[in-house]
Design a protein around this ligand. Sequence first.
Ligand code: 5GP
Ligand code: ZN
Length: 114
Amino acid sequence: MSDCLFCKISAGDVPAEKVHDDGELFAIKDINPTAPVHLLIIPHKHIETIADLEAAHAELIGKVYLTARDIARDEGFDEDGYRVVANCKRDGGQTVFHIHFHLLAGRPMSWPPG
Ligand code: 5GP
Ligand code: ZN
C-alpha cells in the first residue's frame, strides 16, 4: 500500500526507531508515547484492521503476543507487567489503518480505558 504509513516504515521509506524485526513482525517506538515504554508491534504484511483478519493470519497474530512477551523479558518489565492493545476502526480509536499492537509499560495502567 503506497500511501500507508506503516508500509512505508516497513519498507524503510519513513524512518522509525526500530527495536525488533524478525521479517514477519517489527516493533518501533511510538512517535507520541503515552507511557514510559510505548512500542508498536506491526506485521510487515498490510492488513488494515482486526476486522480484516482471516484464519490464515492466526499464527501471525499469535506471534504478536510471543513477541510482546520476549520484548518485555528483554527490556525487564515482564515482572511489573504491561498492556498489549489493538484499536479497531472509529470507535476503537484506530488512526493508522495498518494493523498494529500497542505494547505499553512503565506505569500502572487504569481500567477501563477512556
Ligand atoms: P492507533 O491510534 O491507530 O491505535 O495507533 C497509531 C499510533 O501510531 C499512535 O500511537 C501514533 O502516535 C503512532 N504514530 C503515528 N505516526 C507515527 C510515525 O510516523 N512514527 C511512529 N513511530 N509512530 C507513529
Ligand atoms: Zn500498510
